[in-house]
Design a protein around this ligand. Sequence first.
Ligand SMILES: *[C@@H]1O[C@H](CO)[C@@H](O)[C@H](O)[C@H]1NC(C)=O
Ligand SMILES: *[C@@H]1O[C@H](CO)[C@@H](O)[C@H](O)[C@H]1NC(C)=O
Ligand SMILES: *[C@@H]1O[C@H](CO)[C@@H](O)[C@H](O)[C@H]1NC(C)=O
Length: 311
Amino acid sequence: MHASTLLGLLTAAVTVSAAPGCASAVSAGTVKCPIVFDGRVKTTAVPTDFDSYATSIFNPDYVKGQNLKWSEILKFPTVANARFDNATYKPFEVTISDQSIFQTQRGFRRAGLQLSGDTNNGSPGSKGVKTIHFSLKWDAQRPLNLSHEYLNVWHEAADYSANQFNFEAGAILGQASLPKDTWKVLDRKNKQIWSTPILKNDWQNFAITLDFNKKFVFFLALILQNKTKMTNRRTSTLQVYYSKGDEPLKSVTSAVSNDNSGEGQYQIGILKKPTGTSDVVNSGYQESNLNEGLIYGSLFVEDSANGCVSL
Ligand SMILES: *[C@@H]1O[C@H](CO)[C@@H](O)[C@H](O)[C@H]1NC(C)=O
Ligand SMILES: *[C@@H]1O[C@H](CO)[C@@H](O)[C@H](O)[C@H]1NC(C)=O
Ligand SMILES: *[C@@H]1O[C@H](CO)[C@@H](O)[C@H](O)[C@H]1NC(C)=O
């Protein structure tokens, strides 16, 4: 197919992989696929558990202001549990303050969790088909300032040159047409593929399936002379699932073609970009006396081989 023959370009992408293998009903909020990394925090956990390798389910050293400990960053608000947190687990809140400056990155305020065992190279989280689950709850005591761009969950390539996907909130720099008050999933090219309004009073549950294998994906292309042509390509894909409250997750996108190559790691928390600069890492405006946070629950990565996704 020659690009110049395209009239409407690609209008739909439909995966043709085998049918999902986990069709049978299970009780609401149960994890039904093998867990690769468990980021759910036990009810018995205390803040200082997150300061050492022996007791933390996350990397105690990254990615945060060097003068802060995770025990100063994480809080345990008294809110109801999220969908996949049974009575064994509790929600946790990631916060940022004026001290949340990682290394020399003075433009950002950030506190990002890395899951224990999710190494930058050779991680099982960057192979096969994996789904990262997380639930979010707004904290009215520590609201985000949606005039800024926030990265909350992403997968960063091992050479730090790109993120395979970004789950974001707020005003996306350079994309003023996107509303501020939504959660957004952006692909590797920073193109929004899905969004939903931020709810202030309910849990919102998200799952993102990354298929690192390149599969044949049929692209339905409209070409001149009113003909429809099917072409196919090998590509890795991204698919988003969503629900609110305690409702079962539903697929809200198809398996969208996305370049998932480059390995790397998941990161979960808050990275707040500055305003008023073209060099967001190192400069720009951040207000002082920051006291912002976001409540997380139901955090885990599961193995979605054979189409298994916990709903
Ligand atoms: C919660 O789930 C975990 C594993 O997912 C299980 O081991 C545990 O027994 C469950 N606890 C309760 C109270 O249901
Ligand atoms: C939110 O951010 C904007 C842009 O940096 C700033 O002008 C405003 O003062 C901030 N609002 C609050 C409540 O901090
Ligand atoms: C394509 O279809 C439209 C509407 O049916 C028709 O008006 C037009 O002439 C067709 N174009 C070609 C190149 O066949």
